[in-house]
Design a protein around this ligand. Sequence first.
Ligand SMILES: Cc1cc2nc3c(=O)[nH]c(=O)nc-3n(C[C@H](O)[C@H](O)[C@H](O)COP(=O)(O)O)c2cc1C
Length: 405
Amino acid sequence: MDAVTRPSWAENPWRQNPWFESVAVAQRRAQKRLPSPVYAALLAGSERGQTVRDNQAAFTELGLLPHVAGQHAERSMTRTVLGQEVALPVLISPTGVQAVHPDGEVAVARAANNRGTLMCLSNFASKPVEEVVEACPRTLFQMYWTGDRDVMVQRMQRAQKAGAVGLIATLDWSFSMGRDWGSPEIPEKVDLKTMVRMAPKVATKPRWLYEFGRTGHIPDLTAPNLAPPNGPAPTFFGAYYEWMTTPPPSWADVAWMREQWGRISGTPFLLKGVARVDDAKRAVDAGVDAISVSNHGGNNLDGTPAAIRLLHPIATAVGDQVEVLLDGGVRRGSDVVKALALGARAVLIGRAYLWGLAANGQAGVENVLDILHGGIDSALLGLGISSIDELSPESLLVPDGFHVP
Ligand SMILES: Cc1cc2nc3c(=O)[nH]c(=O)nc-3n(C[C@H](O)[C@H](O)[C@H](O)COP(=O)(O)O)c2cc1C
């Protein structure tokens, strides 16, 4: 290996190889590297954590039925999702407040772009949509139902002008308060007083500090994509207050939102957070192009079943009219294969890439996407399937009572 290609970690025998072999390893590294409140903010969950646990546990109840011979030497996992061809059926789910890494969503977007998939940018993201679209031209912008209609239209126009290739409306938030294991302290802003108070938790994480120190700025915890035209970005809590005090949307509001985006952009509109067949049908009536079967990664109404339990009945009911995606609990390629076999066109991942980002920045997110790519490929090989298009429930062992109607 010559000096140019030799990885830097190989020159220092004490430096850990930054590559990781599974999402679980990335999570352990994230826990080690991040200050405890930041790690806890990513771990998230709500109330007693029933849903967040079930999202992952439910995947372990599904079995795969492999063949011993007759497999295919070449396997395909490319597919068109939301009008875009992706190299693997895994999209980056929108997640807010990324004080994980100084490059935040821009690093994630670069990784998505390099691996041939789509970036979905949170309303509460720490980087402006313009910068993120530059890093990944195939970015969808996510919005909550927050602010009045003029404000929402203005935010849609900004996303369209930046070049967003779709809009995601996440409407499943129920402002649930309190976790049995305690919530991390999120400061209103990071000033000197806050830094002194949080110093003991941060000082033990020199690598995280170093990453931010190198860039010369500390996380400012604002939401730049919620700024009024030519105005300052609100703080996270300012933005949260606007959201909490906005009356919840009706189905007519969903149709209005869809119509506005159609008028402004003409690119696809996805409703995220669908957990019931009747809602999926209403979403179709409201004119959406796609839905994501999701419980917000278990951060929302605790007691909602795992997203994978909800998927098949919903995909059966509306899968021929809209694209059905899934998010929640995906940690390995075989999880993706299970979701596709039960009717998902693609999945979105949240924590998995956040762990990767914390473990090794952009390369860590690419590492996670590579793990999922490899896992999908190996599941297809084992199942004797040459393309994700051939996946069906027959590829799986599904226990009685698994699907929630
Ligand atoms: C820390 C964190 C922040 C999130 N922020 C948002 C957000 O701003 N908008 C959104 O639509 N979903 C948000 N989500 C939900 C994710 O988009 C996704 O639904 C969820 O993470 C999927 O579950 P998984 O983490 O098990 O993959 C967030 C999730 C986490 C863990």
